[in-house]
Design a protein around this ligand. Structure first.
Ligand SMILES: Nc1nc2c(c(=O)[nH]1)N[C@H]1C(S)=C(S)[C@@H](COP(=O)(O)O)O[C@H]1N2
Ligand SMILES: [Mo]
Length: 388
């Protein structure tokens, strides 16, 4: 496994569990009077000052994660942006370049999406496991703005530039270049035109905080965190693929694949979210023990749980409670009652299945064992618990 470039990767999350408004109280997996049985394999808090979070999986006890409990990742310093002076340029290969203020964006038709944002590095390291959160994001359609700007025929790529900048030295076999550069990511025009993508200004009924991209960020449901560019500055249409630091050198997955009896190495830019699940908490209650967790990344069909080397058992998902809510890009919570738990140490593993029949890969699946980088770690997760 490759070591994470910790210096470039600053992780934080507020320790306080703030009180949360009643309209977000739904889909709590808690039973009144239950007690939490802590995991034995708890990531050591504070093990790494830049990448450890005080947040634990046990604390994901609401379907919508309160803003205060959502992780944040930034590669450069947070830009301090004055809303009054901020503007977003839409330029490059367009017929009508545009400059939008925050008021312009808020005045446009608004749409919302429930989307579970996950850092593609999540679970790539033992102490980096809660870089995920589910929120309701509100903004305006990106596609409608691109249509209004009128993309020219040779425009194939949409680059999203952030206001944050850093000094990066590239050193590899062919380059040794130091440069000051913006955070930037791109998408194909076809991907950018998805009707779900929004220029987002509101997160769980609050204006975006400085940490989460104030005043406006891209929210691209179905894409890993890195695609969701914060502190937007400019959206540029180009006629070639865009090979920025965070597209083509960092955030690249290297995976061995078999082709015609040969092993080939595929290098791909971190992209769409992958099918994943995790055991979240084990609780004790007068009614008995219960294991609960979450599944996300692709539209979920069902989740199975294995205790020690026992059979895989289908977990319960309360689809009735989720009815009417848009869950295609949001996690679902699952539960399994565990009446026959014996005292001692137990291993709990979950695996998710999506609506097209794919299964979350096991840790010994070549998809996972052939992966040589920590990004996109969606292998099955095993947690350890001790029953008294
Ligand atoms: N401009 C900008 N956008 C960014 C980043 C960044 O460093 N700068 N980090 C990305 C990464 S790696 C992740 S996981 C998400 C995290 O979003 P959050 O901090 O709102 O949770 O933002 C993405 N967007
Ligand atoms: Mo990330």
């Amino acid at each position: 496994m490759v070591t994470m470039p910790r210096r470039e990767f600053i992780f934080s999350s507020a320790a306080t569990l703030a009180a949360f408004s009643a309209n977000f109280a739904q889909a709590s997996p808690s039973r009144s009077g239950e007690t939490l049985i802590p995991w034995l394999d708890q990531p050591p808090p504070g093990a790494d000052p830049c990448c450890t979070t005080p947040m634990l999986w046990e604390n994901f006890d609401q379907w919508i994660t309160p803003n205060e409990k959502i992780f944040t990742v930034h590669h450069f310093d947070w830009p301090v942006i004055d809303a009054a002076g901020w503007k977003l340029e839409i330029d490059g290969l367009v017929n009508n370049p545009m400059t939008l203020t925050l008021d312009d964006i808020k005045a446009r038709p608004s749409q919302d999406v429930m989307f579970t944002l996950e850092c593609s590095g999540n679970h790539g390291f033992p102490d980096f496991t809660t870089a995920i959160g589910n929120a309701e994001w509100v903004g305006t359609s990106l596609a409608s703005i691109l249509e209004e700007a009128g993309v020219k025929g040779d425009g194939i790529e949409v680059a999203f530039w952030g206001n944050d900048v850093g000094d990066i030295t590239l050193k590899d076999a062919i380059r040794d270049v130091a440069m000051h550069q913006n955070f930037a990511r791109s998408m194909s025009l076809a991907d950018a035109m998805s009707p779900h993508n929004i220029l987002c200004h509101t997160m769980n009924d609050q204006p975006l905080s400085p940490a989460h991209g104030f005043p406006v960020r891209l929210i691209a449901p179905g894409w890993y965190g890195i695609a969701n560019v914060k502190w937007l500055k400019r959206i540029e249409i180009r006629d070639t693929r865009f090979q920025s630091l965070l597209m083509a050198r960092d955030y690249v997955t290297i995976r061995e694949e078999r082709h015609n009896g040969e092993t080939v190495r595929a290098e791909t830019s971190v992209g769409r979210t992958r099918l994943k699940s995790a055991p979240g908490r084990v609780t004790n209650h007068a009614d008995g023990l219960r294991i609960s967790g979450a599944a996300w990344g692709q539209p979920i069909d069902h989740v199975e749980v294995q205790i020690d080397d026992g059979p895989w058992v289908k977990a319960f998902i309360d689809w009735d409670e989720l009815a009417g809510k848009s869950v295609d890009y949001a996690w679902v919570f699952w539960q399994l009652d565990w009446p026959d738990a014996t005292p001692g140490e137990h291993r709990i593993t979950s695996r998710a299945f999506d609506k097209t029949g794919n299964m979350q890969p096991a840790m010994d699946d070549p998809l996972i064992t052939g992966k040589h980088t920590y990004w996109e770690s969606n292998g099955q997760i095993t947690r350890i618990v001790v029953i008294a």
